[in-house]
Ligand binder design. Structure first.
Ligand SMILES: Cc1cc2nc3c(=O)[nH]c(=O)nc-3n(C[C@H](O)[C@H](O)[C@H](O)COP(=O)(O)OP(=O)(O)OC[C@H]3O[C@@H](n4cnc5c(N)ncnc54)[C@H](O)[C@@H]3O)c2cc1C
Length: 234
């Protein structure tokens, strides 16, 4: 806490008070009922936590990594599922802030900052998670963009998000394999099926799903950090 400035200390204290008053009294029943914490997520939107990794001019309160870690710790103290819904979303905000084109930032960051649009990241596949170079999900160039086919698993918050940062192969022949890996900013639509909610022993409430992509059309401007006009990174 000592390394945080006064505003950041107040943000952490605000989240701590929210956890004590609103989260801890209901976490146990929500966990046992495997109930999505709609009301708590709405309160997190009001507190502004979904924008903590979004810089100006798109967000209001961009915080340091230390402050972000303490907010995560507070949420997890109340209920890990809230930290889970916050974590994947925040990583996607950071990816777009840091690597996105200006057009991608303006399109997504203002709504991500309020939590009006929420995001998840999809890396893991049924064949394994740690070895990302072994992934099979592929985006093939087609008229006006990409055609995505493959499967992802254990994707948190998949039914409640409007944006997926999808790790996939855009050049399956590339060696080393990681040079052919990209991130597409995918909005749920035709060609994407959220096929199953995986059962869990804990960390319930927020769903973990299987995703199936069947030649899903994705526009060319969805490739993170690449402008379709030039085909080159921003
Ligand atoms: C509740 C939950 C939510 C999740 N949410 C998401 C999400 O939102 N998005 C997402 O993309 N993924 C998500 N995941 C997936 C998670 O990221 C993966 O489980 C993780 O990456 C590990 O992959 P794996 O389970 O396939 O295990 P594997 O990669 O098969 O690993 C199995 C074991 O082998 C070990 N191992 C692997 N490779 C090596 C190596 N080279 N050397 C030594 N040991 C090794 C691992 O440490 C592990 O103990 C979630 C998982 C859970 C359980």
């Amino acid at each position: 806490m000592d390394t945080l400035n006064a505003d950041e200390q107040e943000i952490v204290s605000l989240v701590a008070r929210f956890v004590d008053r609103e989260v801890r009294p209901v976490a146990r029943p929500l966990e046992h009922d495997n109930a999505y914490p709609e009301s708590l997520i709405e309160q997190m939107k009001s507190l502004g936590v979904f924008g903590l990794t979004v810089p100006a001019p798109y967000g209001e309160y961009h915080v340091s990594a230390a402050c972000y870690a303490l907010v995560t710790e507070e949420l997890a103290r109340g209920w890990m599922s809230l930290a889970g819904a916050f974590g994947g979303h925040s990583v996607v905000c950071h990816l777009i802030s840091r690597f996105g084109t200006d057009e991608q930032r303006s399109r997504y960051l203002p709504r991500l900052a309020t939590g009006g649009l929420r995001a998840t990241m999809a890396l893991t596949e049924p064949g394994g998670g740690s070895d990302l170079q072994a992934m099979r999900t592929v985006a093939r160039p087609c008229d006006g963009g990409w055609s995505v086919s493959g499967a992802k698993t254990w994707i948190s918050n998949a039914r409640h998000c409007g944006l997926i940062a999808l790790l996939c192969l855009t050049d399956a022949q590339s060696r080393p394999a990681h040079q052919g890996v990209s991130i597409l900013l995918v909005e749920p639509g035709p060609g994407l099926t959220i096929s199953r909610d995986l059962p869990k022993l804990g960390y319930k409430g927020v769903e973990s799903c299987e995703l199936s992509f069947d030649e899903m059309p994705v526009p060319g401007n969805a490739l993170l950090g690449v402008s379709p006009a030039t085909g080159s990174p921003r």
